[in-house]
Design a binder for this molecule. Structure first.
Ligand SMILES: [Zn+2]
Length: 417
């Protein structure tokens, strides 16, 4: 049986629109990159809204904001609900915002009903999830989870050379609290799917069981520049043709493991890039993703075999280096069960789903039991000003978030998850 608490869909929608105006673009999206004046404005809005609910708002040393409502059972660590309020330069109104504002709506529902939880509930806005201005993405949650140090975060520079630490100080949102000092009992994150599966299958709720692992590679191919008119085909060492073969090989190794594997060559630089020179040098990237590390391992082995084949048959040398390796994440069984139970009890059409994108929950899952809830977005489109989700689906997501948090809260009264 679900609780009799019901979130207010209109109030949630109104906050999405109200905050969407902060950094709002002409095309209906948001440009609210991290640690800008717009980010500062939405942070102030969030703090004000949380304080109006009677929450205690604290900020940690990398600008993560925590709005805490006390629980009735002393000694229990808070249940955290959150996401991020920063956006891509041409971001939408829902990516991240739904997770923070949906959590705020859940909190408003508890306060309005006078419902006391056992554990404190803390709504979190993580700093710099997007990584659009300061790479890497998910930086604030990464420092909180101990993946990066504060010093490393402070030193990251944007394209203008402004450092993260300086930008955080400049907008006045560096807090006193040490990142990660707040112990948590669990973490739940509501998010739009950013993919097409839920919409295509007419499901309202995605029960996110894990996040794909990601491996990035850089390949440097060296052949021999030569005259396009005078070099016979058998005498060529064409780095671009070797690259083209590898583009096909990457596609094939992902298709061989369809539909769960994906492989992408997203960047190619050709030198000398002249119409009448056989290309001598190519730099290319490969992005491989799957939700099982063992499958990723096999995909990598296929890639290396393809590289050796292309090198010997095309007479080029190819070096391959690993740029980035994020292992696959499996969320906590009890948190997943709480989300699934909530979705079913509330009667929403649901399915299990793997996240194709990274989220703050990836880092949080290292330090506390975590899970995510997805709702559909139109045409699977995200990181785009046209990003769109319905009022009903946003409300369903926030309702499942509240209900799952209450399930976890009931469990915590008897012991940790
Ligand atoms: Zn996001």
């Amino acid at each position: 049986m679900p609780s009799n608490l019901r979130i207010d869909p209109e109030r949630l929608w109104a906050t999405l629109l109200e905050t969407g105006a902060i950094g709002g673009t002409a095309k209906g999206g948001i440009n609210r990159q991290t640690l800008t004046a717009e980010d500062a404005a939405v942070r102030a809005w969030f703090k004000g809204a949380a304080e109006a609910l009677g929450c205690t708002v604290t900020v940690d040393e990398v600008g993560n904001i925590f709005a805490l409502r006390a629980g009735r059972q002393p000694g229990l660590a808070p249940i955290a609900l959150g996401s991020h309020l920063d956006t891509q330069p041409t971001g939408g109104k829902f990516d991240g915002n739904l997770g923070v504002l949906g959590a705020l709506e859940a909190l408003r529902t508890l306060v309005t009903a006078g419902y006391e939880t056992n554990a404190p509930i803390v709504v979190v806005n993580w700093t710099n999830e997007e990584g659009a201005r300061f790479a890497p993405a998910m930086l604030g949650s990464g420092v909180f989870a101990g993946v990066y140090t504060r010093a490393a975060a402070d030193a990251v520079a944007d394209l203008e050379g402004v450092r993260f630490g300086a930008a955080l100080d400049a907008i006045g949102w560096r807090g006193e609290a040490k990142a990660g000092a707040m112990r948590l009992s669990a973490y739940l994150e509501l998010h739009i799917e950013q993919g097409p599966i839920l919409e295509a299958e007419q499901k309202t709720i995605g029960i996110v069981t894990g996040v794909q692992g990601v491996r990035w590679y850089e390949l440097n191919l060296s052949g021999r520049e030569s005259h396009a008119g005078t070099t016979p085909m058998p005498r060529r060492a064409d780095a671009l043709f070797a690259c083209a073969r590898l583009v096909g090989d990457v596609r094939a190794l992902a298709l061989a493991r369809a539909p769960t594997a994906v492989g992408t060559v997203g960047q190619v630089e050709v030198k000398p890039n002249s119409p009448n020179v056989v290309p001598g040098q190519v730099r290319m990237t490969v992005d491989l993703r799957h939700h099982e590390d063992a499958v990723l391992e096999a995909m990598e082995a296929d890639l290396k075999a393809a590289v050796e084949r292309a090198a010997s048959e095309e007479k080029v040398t190819i070096s391959l280096s690993n740029l980035h390796d994020l292992p696959a994440i499996k969320f906590h069984p009890e948190c997943i069960a709480a989300v699934r139970g909530a979705a079913r009890a509330l009667g929403y059409a649901e399915r299990d789903i793997i996240s194709g994108a990274g989220h703050d929950a990836v880092h949080l899952s290292r330090i506390t039991p975590s899970a995510m809830i997805f709702v559909p977005c139109k045409d699977g489109l995200s990181h785009n000003e046209a990003e769109s989700a319905t009022r009903e689906d946003c409300a369903a997501g926030a309702q499942v978030l509240l209900e799952a948090a209450l399930t976890i809260d009931a469990k915590l009264a008897t012991g940790p998850l």
